[in-house]
Design a protein around this ligand. Structure first.
Ligand SMILES: *Cc1c(COP(=O)(O)O)cnc(C)c1O
Length: 495
């Protein structure tokens, strides 16, 4: 092959893809409209003050140019459809195509939220059945599907706790949060007006029961707990934790983002949890991140039900499904209409495609896969907590740091091997954490490839640490200055 030919072949997927503004040339259009056949409206007059005088600098390109530009950019992305995405705490599982087929059915995709109940029975029944399934899975009494993400669910859940305690005359002041918690938990408590008090973990990586007992008092509204926690460890004394809180009138909030380790095996409602959120975009296979909006339903016990956001989907005596707006104690709406309905459809498709036995199998496979990786990489990477892992495993970069290589360097090198990095430097209780969650989606072949890559990187750390410290080497852009990117982001193109 001549060089010339290679150049042409590579240019189409080019690391130097111009900005769309740089491709602009005056007068080009990506559309063609028919001649105007209605009276022209003076938009400045029609919009008044809302009309912008300066429309800025818009790129002028043809339809073909804009299609190619964005299609080429899309090939720069890593995706779950390309390979393993071992991002711990995120449950990056396969988004089944059958979910998409169902969500695109015309009657669902084009349903309008203002259609009368009478002609929305199908959509309402989907929400009702999903709600019932999730209650069955969690062992809780009532649920709202409104919240649009996990963090949004947390906020809704803490608002319920606040509303219940306030109705009893004292909303209290503090929320306890373990040091292993996801960053959204303290942020949620703070946003809801609570002071955050840190709760220490014990040597096994679980909540220190004695510390909890001494910190729990009548100022504490509740505890926000992830179970299994962010170390992937099941809180074995969860029933005692719940009892300590309940004895002093507090409530137990469970961050249910890690339900992929529990579905079909055990139920938070049975081990003392009062209120929790689920991440449909984690456990229930709806797209995560750039792939679509999230969904964070909040399930609670009977005592909290009156405060749920309205409307609540309910079965009516005549056998139809309707929306209950008559809820005087409700915390109000947390999201327009009924939440991200398209995600409810996908999550229900996933639940029904698997069935109860399939869901249980999913949980078992997710836990098995994480433990397979743990066993194979133990010793190559340090395992700081020896307690049994559930769906994810956390190593540290202790052995690699002797060569000056950090968890972030190993993660960057993993990109050269064709994998998305694992979660870096989290949870904070482990110095230099490598947090890995394979999910049930991965085959033994893919797990072995990943393990091979991690072992190979560990060898490279010993033989040629510079190679790892300067990774990635195979990407379109080399290592970025992450501090500058976070502190001085350039979010806007200027001519
Ligand atoms: C992902 C996650 C959240 C937040 O969920 P979002 O949908 O990203 O807001 C909260 N807690 C834990 C443990 C998580 O893993």
């Amino acid at each position: 092959m001549s060089d010339k030919y290679i150049k042409k072949a590579t240019r189409h997927v080019n690391q130097n893809e111009d900005l769309i503004f740089e491709r602009s040339s005056p007068g080009k259009k990506g559309y063609r409209l028919p001649p105007l056949d209605v009276p022209e409206v003076d938009y400045k007059q029609a919009l008044g003050q809302a009309a912008r005088a300066d429309l800025g600098n818009m790129p002028e390109v043809s339809e073909m140019e804009i299609i190619r530009h964005f299609t080429r950019l899309s090939t720069w992305n890593y995706a779950i459809d390309l390979g393993m995405y071992p991002l711990g705490s995120c449950t990056m599982k396969y988004n089944a195509r059958v979910n998409e087929v169902v969500a695109r059915l015309q009657g669902l995709a084009e349903a309008h939220p203002w259609q009368p109940e009478k002609v929305s029975q199908g959509a309402l029944r989907i929400m009702k059945i999903l709600a019932d399934c999730l209650l069955d899975i969690t062992g809780m009494d009532a649920i709202t599907l409104q919240p649009a993400a996990g963090a949004h669910g947390e906020m809704t859940g803490i608002m319920l706790i606040h509303a219940l305690l306030k109705s009893k005359g004292n909303p209290r002041k503090k929320i306890l949060i373990p040091d292993s918690a996801h960053g959204t938990n303290p942020a949620t408590a703070a946003i809801c007006g609570y002071a955050v008090e840190n709760l220490k973990s014990n040597a096994q990586g679980m909540v220190d029961i004695n510390a909890l007992a001494s910190q729990m008092n009548e100022d504490v509204a509740g505890l926000m707990l992830t179970n299994p926690n962010t170390l992937g460890i099941f809180e074995q004394e969860i029933h005692k934790i719940a009892a300590i809180l309940h004895d002093k009138g507090g409530l137990l909030y469970m961050d249910g983002a890690n339900m992929n380790a529990l579905v079909g095996k055990t139920r938070p409602g049975d081990f003392g949890v009062d209120v929790m959120h689920l991440n449909l975009h984690k456990t229930f296979s709806t797209p995560h991140g750039g792939g679509g909006p999230g969904s964070g339903p909040v399930a609670c016990k009977k005592a909290l039900e009156p405060f749920l956001p309205k409307p609540v989907v309910m079965s009516k005596p005549d056998g139809t499904v309707g929306l209950d707006y008559d809820r005087p104690q409700s915390v109000g709406r947390v999201r327009m209409f009924f939440g991200n309905f398209g995600m409810h459809v996908r999550a229900l498709a996933y639940i029904m495609a698997n069935g109860p036995d399939g869901l249980r199998q999913t949980t078992e496979d997710a836990v098995l896969n994480a433990n397979y990786i743990r066993k194979k990489l133990d010793g190559t990477y340090e395992l700081p907590y020896k307690s049994a892992s559930m769906h994810e495993v956390v190593f540290s970069d202790h052995l690699q740091s002797e060569k000056g290589v950090k968890t972030g360097d190993v993660a960057k090198r993993l990109i050269d091997y064709g994998f998305h990095p694992y979660t870096v430097s989290f949870p904070l209780v482990v110095h230099g954490a490598l947090m890995i969650e394979p999910t049930e989606s991965e085959s033994l072949d893919e797990l072995d490839l990943f393990i091979d890559a991690m072992q190979s990187i560990a060898r490279e750390v010993n033989e040629d640490p510079e190679l790892v410290k300067t990774a990635p080497h195979s990407t379109r852009v080399s290592r970025l200055d992450e501090t500058a990117a976070a502190r001085k982001p350039v979010l806007r193109w200027k001519p």
